[in-house]
Write a protein that binds this ligand. Sequence first.
Ligand code: AGP
Length: 614
Amino acid sequence: MCGIMGYAGQKPAAGIILEGLARQEYRGYDSAGIALRCEETIINAKIVGRVSELTRKVKNMPPECSVSTSGIGHTRWATHGGVTETNAHPHESSDGMIVLVHNGIIENSREIRTRLESEGVKFITETDTEAACQLLAVLYKERGDARSAMSALTAELRGAFALVIMFRDIPDEIWCARKGSPLVAAFDGSASYCASDPTALLEYTHDLFFLEEGEMASLSPSRCEFYGFDGTERRKKTIRLNWDSVMADKGHFDHFMRKEIGEQPDVLRLTIDAHTIVTNVAMDKSLTLPSGLMKQIRRVQFVACGTSYYATLVARDIMESLDGELDIRAEVASEYRYRNVIGGGDTLAIFVSQSGETADTLAAARIAKAKGTRCTAITNVRGSTIDREVEHTLLSMAGPEVGVAATKTFMGQISLLALLVMALLKDRGTLSAGDEARLIGGLRTLPALQQAMLEREDEIKLLAEKYSDSKGFFFIGRRECVPLTLEGALKLKEIAYLPSEAYAAGEMKHGPIAMLDEKLTVVALAPDTDLREKTLSNVEECRARNAPILLLASEGDEGARAHANDIIFIPRTEPELFPFIGVIPLQLFAYHTARTLGRDIDMPRNLAKSVTVE
Ligand code: AGP
C-alpha cells in the first residue's frame, strides 16, 4: 500500500527517485520522503502530503544533495502510526547507520520494539517499520557485514515486507528484500533501480528482475546481485515488460481516470485481436488452458476482490448462460480464503487481479493450490506474484492503469474472461457454433459502440452535475446488469465519496425501498431484453416513492422515457455483452460527479490502488 523507489547510479538521484515516486503515488499518498547519500552522510527530507510537496522540499536541501547519485524514497499509505512527518519514511536507526523504507506490515514489530527498547534502543516513531530499521542496525553492528545482517533481519521479521535500505558506511550500494510485498529491480548498464511497481522503471529499461518471495539484492552502479534470505547467491533472469512508459502519462487529460476510460475500445480491440483468429471466429490456441483440462473439471470458481470481483460476476453470468450443467461460482477472495470452499483436481479456480499483488487474492490462490485445485490467473502485470505462483496465467491487455479507480483494467478483464469462458466451454464441448459466432461477432462490434458511448460524454456530464447534490444513489438492475450496479456504485463511492448502494432490482421491495425519497436518486439499468418489463416495474415502485430516476435504456427504446426523469441511451448489443458498453456511462457519471464535487479523482482519500495487506 506504499510505493518505494531506490537508485544507485551516476546521475543525480533526487530527480529519478521523485519521478519514480510520482509514478507510484497511486499506491499511497498521505506522506512521502527521500534519503540521499551526500558524501559521508545520508540526508533525509520528509513531508505530510503529496510527492509534489516533497519535490519542493528537496529543492531546499543542502547543495550537495543535488549531486547525490544514490538514494531511496517512499510514498506512504499509513497502516501503523498516524500520518505525521515523523512517521513518514525513510526511517533512520538511532545510531544513524541504517536508513530504510518499507511497504507491508511487520507483524512482530511490537515484540522487536519491546526487546530493543529494553536493550536501550530509542524509538522515535509509532510505525512497525522502525522496528525493522533499528533491528537491522543492531544486527549490522554485531555482524559487520550487510549480507549477513540482511539474512538475520529477514529471518526474524514476520509479516509482509518490501524493504529498501542504505547502510551509511557502504557508499553507492542499496539493499532490498522482498517477502509478501512486490519489488522489482533493474540494471540499465550504468545504474541499478528498484521499485514497488514496474511502471516506475520503464523509462530506464523494460528488462526487469522481479524479486521472488524470500529474495534480497544488493544494487550498485555496476551490477545487481541477488541472494536468497539465507545469503546464498541466486542467478536471475530478466522478464521483458512491453509496456510503453508514455502509456503511464496523462497526455492532454486532466485525470488519468478520464484518459483510461477513453482507452477502453482499444483495450477490447487488442484483446480480441490477440486471442481470436481474424479470418474466422475460432479461438486462438494460446488462450486455452492445457488441452483436455475441461474434461476433468466439474467446478469453476472465479475468485477476486473489488472491481475485479465484479468482472468475475460478468464472466460467471456469461458462462452459466452458455452451460447450465457446470457448477460455476464467483467468490470474494477475502471470504474464499476463510471458508472451507470445495477444491481438488476436478475444480478450476480462476483468480483475477489487476495488480497480481492483492493479499486476499494471493492467499485464496495459495489455499486453492494446497487443495490440489487447478489454478489459473488473469492479471495485468507480467511478473506479478500471482503470475509467478499459479499454474497458468493469462495477461489482460490494458497496459498500465494509474487512476486508483479501476476502469480500463475492468474492460481488459471482462474481455479476456469472455474469451476464456468460450474457450473453456469449447474444450468441454458445450459451446454451440451458433453461440460462438454470435458472441465473437458481438464482441467485434463493441469497440465502435463503446466509442459512440464515449461521444455522449457531454450529456452524461450534465446529468452528473444535476444529480451531484443527491443525498445518495441506488443502482438497480437484473441479471447481466447486476455486476454493473455494483461497479457503478463502487465508482461513485470511491471517487465522489457519495453513499451509493447496488441492488438486484427485485430486491428493492424487500427492504431498501424504505429509504427512498426525493433526494435519493435511483440509477436503473433496463436494457431491452426479456427482463426489461420486470426492471421497469421495479423502477415504477421507486418512482411511486418520489425517487428521481436516471434510466439506462437501449437505444431506440423511446417507451422507456416515460419511466424516468432522465435517460441515457446505450447502443444495442447481445444481452450477455451489455456490461461492455453499460459500464462506460457509469464510469463517466462517477467521474463527472466527482469533478463537480471537487474530489481528488486519481488519488481518492483513504484508498490505495493495490491492497497488499489483509
Ligand atoms: C477498484 O476501483 C478498486 N481499485 C479496487 O476495488 C480493486 O479492484 C481491488 O482492490 C482489486 O485489486 P486487484 O485487481 O489489483 O486485485
